[in-house]
Design a protein around this ligand. Structure first.
Ligand code: ADP
Ligand code: MG
Length: 507
């Protein structure tokens, strides 16, 4: 066969395959365009998980009537004009590919009226084929309507998941932008029903509007030479979800996610990072929201520090500051199911999980020891772990750190034998094996100490008398982070007495 150039229509379809993989990615591109156009009102309509309709209407700058056709041209963009601008990007888009791609795989209409023009234009394209461009009456701003996504590529259509799954992806995208752009009005209608109406609000209020069950929100923040990290933990949501932003862009990053998980467990976490632009490589493929960091460790350290700062000063507000205010006076009501200590305190009733409160105390003590004298070396019945030579080498390199963590071992011909350790049995074996799995192993000390703390702490099911409960609470309140256990589980749940009054109609 001779070589020939592909037709635009085919090029667009190929590009669409890379950028647009499902309805949610269409929504992402459209929201980004509206935000880039300075819109402060964005209304979204979805039908059938986005398979039938994705519509985004904004009140942004609109598109100049003479430029409408360019909007769906590949590599046509109003956002950059030279290569330098790529590095100081303050818009979401710059490739000029999204609309061209979307229009090539859907029934696509673009209605836009630019500021200062009496009329708008409506462009209609079907499967990449131009159908019409007409004048139309419209409000200032832009509406994009994407119908029957992939109607002309049945294979792709078949690969879409159920409506419910596609809708979940759509809501995920919606949340990611709505959280960050708290000054923008957003609405989301799904199959004719309004799901969200979000008025402009401060960030914390926006989060509450999006997550109505969030009563206990913790703020954290830290700034150092690397940059700034701050955010929120929504303790009432244990659904394991992270929202990560770098310089205003929602991103995914598996390393940062791991840090969040290790510190916040399954709590929904929202993290904003402000980093110097050169640290972040956004200029990867548009579909890859997985962002690359030029220097990973300092950023991960920053995030860790920020999450450790969760208690000071804001969180103490919820409990510690109040104890200070009340001269450390709280009223212990009792213990239920030998598991929760119930405390009344400044108009609120706290249910405190005695095991995790105790775990938090022990964890912080252990961490202090690890960083200063090292943990005690406690003799155990020797535990043999068979390892090959490379594995042994890795463990040998960690000898000093392990000793600080209270672990001593001897090398045997076919592995190691642990003679001293704060942990025993399978937990110990698994911990050692996990160290041999990565290429450059390091001790995840927080995780390890979390395990140790768990073993030595007061258990659920232990009866505590008033004095014991009081002592536990006092020490717990003095910890750095009385809100979360080392595995990220919330330590307490509280109900305002006001809520109880409302529930029984005593107002
Ligand atoms: P990019 O966002 O990378 O520039 P797109 O294909 O997403 O590429 O959009 C092409 C162009 O169309 C944008 O550069 C912008 O000028 C215009 N445009 C798209 N959506 C909107 C909108 N909602 N409001 C105003 N202009 C828009
Ligand atoms: Mg765009």
């Amino acid at each position: 066969m001779r070589i020939k150039k592909l037709a635009d229509e085919i090029i667009n379809k190929i590009a669409a395959g890379e950028i647009i993989d499902r309805p949610a990615s269409v929504l992402k591109e459209l929201i980004e365009n509206s935000l880039d156009a300075q819109a402060d009102r964005i209304e979204i309509k979805i039908e059938k998980g986005g398979k039938k309709l994705i519509e985004v209407k904004d009140n942004g700058t609109g598109i100049h009537p003479d430029d409408i056709m360019f909007a769906v041209d590949r590599h046509a963009t109003s956002k950059i004009s030279s290569i330098d601008q790529l590095y100081a990007l303050d818009s979401y888009g710059f490739r000029g590919e999204a609309l061209a791609s979307i229009a090539s795989v859907s029934k696509f209409s673009l209605i836009s009226r630019a500021k200062g023009f009496p009329l708008g234009k409506e462009l209609y394209i079907e499967g990449g084929i131009f159908k019409h461009l007409t004048d139309t009456g419209a409000l200032e701003g832009t509406t994009v309507r994407v119908k029957d996504l992939f109607f002309n590529i049945p294979v792709r259509q078949k690969f879409l998941k159920s409506e419910k799954t596609e809708l979940n992806h759509i809501i995920d995208v919606f949340l990611r932008y709505a959280i960050y752009h708290n000054n923008v009005f957003f609405s989301l209608d799904v199959d004719g029903k309004n799901i969200y109406t979000l008025l402009p609000a401060d960030r914390q209020q926006r989060i509450k509007d999006l997550f109505p069950k969030a009563e206990n929100i913790l703020r954290f923040s830290q700034e150092n030479q690397t940059g700034k990290a701050y955010g929120f933990l929504l303790l009432d949501y244990q659904t394991g979800k992270e929202f990560i932003y770098i310089n205003g862009r929602p991103v995914r990053n598996s390393l940062i996610k791991k840090v969040l998980k290790s510190k916040a467990g399954k709590t929904i976490s929202i993290l904003f990072l402000e980093l110097p632009p050169y640290m972040v490589d956004h200029n990867v493929h548009p579909a890859k929201i997985e962002v690359k960091l030029r220097k990973e460790n300092p950023v991960l350290e920053l995030v860790k520090e920020a999450l450790e700062n969760v208690s000071k000063p804001q969180i103490n507000y919820s409990l510690n500051q109040k104890t200070a205010k009340y001269g450390g006076q709280f009223e212990i009501i009792g213990q239920i199911e030998n598991t929760f200590i119930i405390v009344y305190f400044d108009g609120e009733i706290y249910f405190i999980d005695q095991h995790v409160a105790s775990e938090r105390i022990n964890y912080e003590l252990l961490l202090k020891k690890y960083r200063t004298t090292g943990l005690e070396l406690k003799e155990i019945k020797p535990v043999k772990i068979p390892l090959d030579e490379t594995q042994i080498e890795k463990i040998k390199n960690l000898r000093d750190k392990l000793k600080n963590a209270g672990i001593e071992f001897e090398i045997t011909p076919d592995g190691i034998e642990i003679t001293k350790s704060p942990l025993e049995g399978e937990t110990l074996k698994n911990f050692i094996l996990s160290l041999t799995e990565t290429e450059y192993p390091d001790i995840e000390i927080e995780k390890f100490l979390g395990e140790v703390a768990c073993e030595i702490s007061i258990e659920a099911g232990e009866i505590l008398n008033n004095e014991e409960a009081k002592n536990l609470l006092k020490i717990w309140l003095a910890t750095n982070n009385p809100n979360l256990c080392p595995h990220g589980r919330p330590i307490y749940y509280k109900i305002p007495v006001e809520t109880i009054k409302k529930k029984v109609g005593r107002v």
